[in-house]
Design a protein. Sequence first.
Length: 178
Amino acid sequence: MSETPYQFTDRRGLPKASLYRELHTEFTGLVGTRWLANCANLSSLLYQHLPDLNWAGFYLADESSHLRLGPFHGLPACLDIPISRGVCGAAARTREIQIVPDVEQFPGHIACDARSRSEIVLPILLHRGRTNEKLLGVLDLDSPLPNRFDNMDAEGLQLLIDVLVEKSKWPSRWSDVL
């Protein structure tokens, strides 16, 4: 990334598919090799540009079956989530995208922000689909609106996660950094 100031582009009103295409192009231009900076920039980009969010950020998987709070935007959040609990835990366990239209109907939902009504969580997988697949963490987005997220969000966010995973240099052991 260059040292010039970030130029904010107001994307309100864009159709969802166009918005995700623009975010993909912009994130591809911002991303470097430092995983922490990349996660911070992606959470900021999503929080600033996606409508109707109240939280956007990362939980990183450690070696003890927990997710640890990573870079985020929104209200202060839960520091530690067991993989056995909540929407983030479900995405980590199943390694599948979780779209929750109404968090109050999700068994074991962890309410870090009482305003949240819907949520989408994407697992972040190194070597996705291969025998040496490794869970790095999850990307978690919350909204104060019910039914905020759909498959188009899942597809657009997955493309951004793919750039994040491909371009970042990840630590060999989380215990060295978490």
